[in-house]
Design a protein around this ligand. Structure first.
Ligand SMILES: Nc1ncnc2c1ncn2[C@@H]1O[C@H](COP(=O)(O)OP(=O)(O)O)[C@@H](O)[C@H]1O
Ligand SMILES: Cc1ncc(COP(=O)(O)O)c(C=O)c1O
Ligand SMILES: [Mg+2]
Length: 290
C-alpha cells in the first residue's frame, strides 16, 4: 500500500472562516495528505474584515515545536514544509531553522514557500524586511515558490508589462534557487478581462493556464493559501509539477463555484469537499514555446 505523505504547514490560523492553515489544512487532508498544522498566528478572523483579535506565535516556538517532533522520533517522516504569511522576518528565519532541521532528518523533504506580502489596496502589507527576507533568504532555501503577481512585481522591483515579462520575472526568481516557480495569479497589461491565469516555470519549461474569472461582490480570501497547499499536496501524492498545477486549478475553481453559488464571502470548503477531491472541470497547462 502506498504511504500517506506527511506535511508540516506553517501559516496563520483563523477561528472563524478560512485563510492560511484554515484554508489549506482541510483540503490537503481531503486529497490524502497527513497535515501537521503549526499556526504562526491565531486570529479570530482574517484581516480583510479590518478588525480581529488574537495573538502571534513567538518566533522561538517554531524551532521548539519542530524539536518536540524530533524528540518523539517522527521528524524523519516529514515529507514537506509549507510556509505562508509571516508575522516578521524573525518568524521567517525561525521557519528556515525548522526547514534545515527537517532536511537533515529527511534530505528528500520539500520546502514550498508562499511569499505572502498582502494586498496594499486592501490595507494589508508586510514590512519591507519581510519581502527582503523572502527574496534574499527564503528563495535560496525553497524548493518551490508560489508568488502572486504583486509578490513577483515586488521581487522584481517593477510592474510586469506583458506575459513574456512575467515569464522573465519568474525565471529571475527561479535563478535564485527554487526548482519551480508557480505564479498563482497573473496580472499584466493585455490580459483578457474574463480569464484568471497562472504560470509555472521550471528549468525544463514554462506552462500557462487559463480558467474563467468569476464575479464576486467581495473577493474571497484564502484562495492563494488553498492554491499553494493543494499544489504541494498533489506533488507529494506523486503528481508531476504540471499535473499538480492542473489539478490545483480545477479544485480551486470548484471551490470558487461553490462559494459563488452560496453567495458566501468565506470559501465553502466543506460543501465543496467532494469537488476538491474529484474536480469535474479540467484546465490544461499549455507549454509556452519561445
Ligand atoms: N476564478 C476566479 N475568479 C475570480 N476571482 C478569483 C478566481 N480565482 C481566484 N480569485 C481571486 O483572485 C485573488 C487571488 O489572489 P492571488 O493573488 O492568487 O492570491 P492571494 O489569495 O494569495 O491573494 C483572490 O482575491 C481570489 O479571491
Ligand atoms: C490571517 C491571514 N492569513 C493569510 C491571509 C492570506 O490569504 P490569501 O490566501 O488570500 O492571500 C490573510 C489575508 O487576509 C489573512 O488575513
Ligand atoms: Mg496569498
Amino acid at each position: 500500500m502506498k504511504r500517506t505523505p506527511h506535511l508540516l504547514a506553517i501559516q496563520s490560523h483563523v477561528v472563524f472562516g478560512h485563510a492560511g492553515n484554515s484554508a489549506a489544512v482541510f483540503p490537503m487532508q481531503r486529497v490524502g495528505v497527513n497535515v501537521w498544522p503549526l499556526n504562526t498566528v491565531q486570529f479570530s478572523n482574517h484581516t480583510q474584515y479590518g478588525q480581529w483579535t488574537g495573538e502571534v506565535l513567538a518566533p522561538e516556538q517554531i524551532p521548539a515545536l519542530v524539536e518536540g517532533i524530533a524528540a518523539i522520533g517522527e521528524l524523519g517522516h516529514c515529507d514537506a514544509v509549507l510556509s505562508g504569511y509571516l508575522g516578521s522576518a524573525a518568524q521567517g528565519r525561525a521557519i528556515l531553522t525548522g526547514v534545515a532541521r527537517i532536511k537533515a532528518a529527511n534530505p528528500k523533504a520539500l520546502y514550498l514557500c508562499d511569499p505572502v506580502m498582502g494586498h496594499p489596496e486592501k490595507g494589508c502589507i508586510v514590512a519591507p524586511e519581510v519581502s527582503e527576507f523572502l527574496l534574499e533568504e527564503a528563495a535560496a532555501v525553497a524548493d518551490l515558490m508560489c508568488p502572486n503577481q504583486l509578490e513577483l512585481d515586488s521581487f522584481s522591483g517593477r510592474k510586469a508589462q506583458s506575459l513574456l515579462d512575467c515569464l522573465a520575472m519568474a525565471r529571475a526568481l527561479l535563478a535564485r534557487g527554487p526548482k519551480a516557480v508557480l505564479v498563482k495569479h497573473l496580472a499584466y497589461p493585455g490580459k483578457p478581462d474574463d480569464s484568471f491565469e497562472m504560470l509555472l516555470v521550471t528549468a525544463d519549461g514554462s506552462w500557462h493556464l487559463r480558467r474563467p474569472l468569476l464575479a464576486f461582490p467581495r473577493q474571497p480570501v484564502g484562495v492563494g493559501d488553498l492554491t499553494s497547499g493543494l499544489f504541494l499536496a498533489r506533488i507529494l501524492l506523486g503528481d508531476s509539477l504540471v499535473a499538480a498545477l492542473e489539478f490545483t486549478a480545477a479544485a480551486v475553481h470548484e471551490v470558487l463555484l461553490e462559494t459563488q453559488a452560496c453567495t458566501s464571502y468565506e470559501l465553502e470548503l466543506v460543501r465543496a469537499q467532494d469537488r476538491i477531491a474529484h474536480p469535474r472541470v479540467r484546465f490544461e497547462a499549455v507549454p509556452i514555446s519561445l
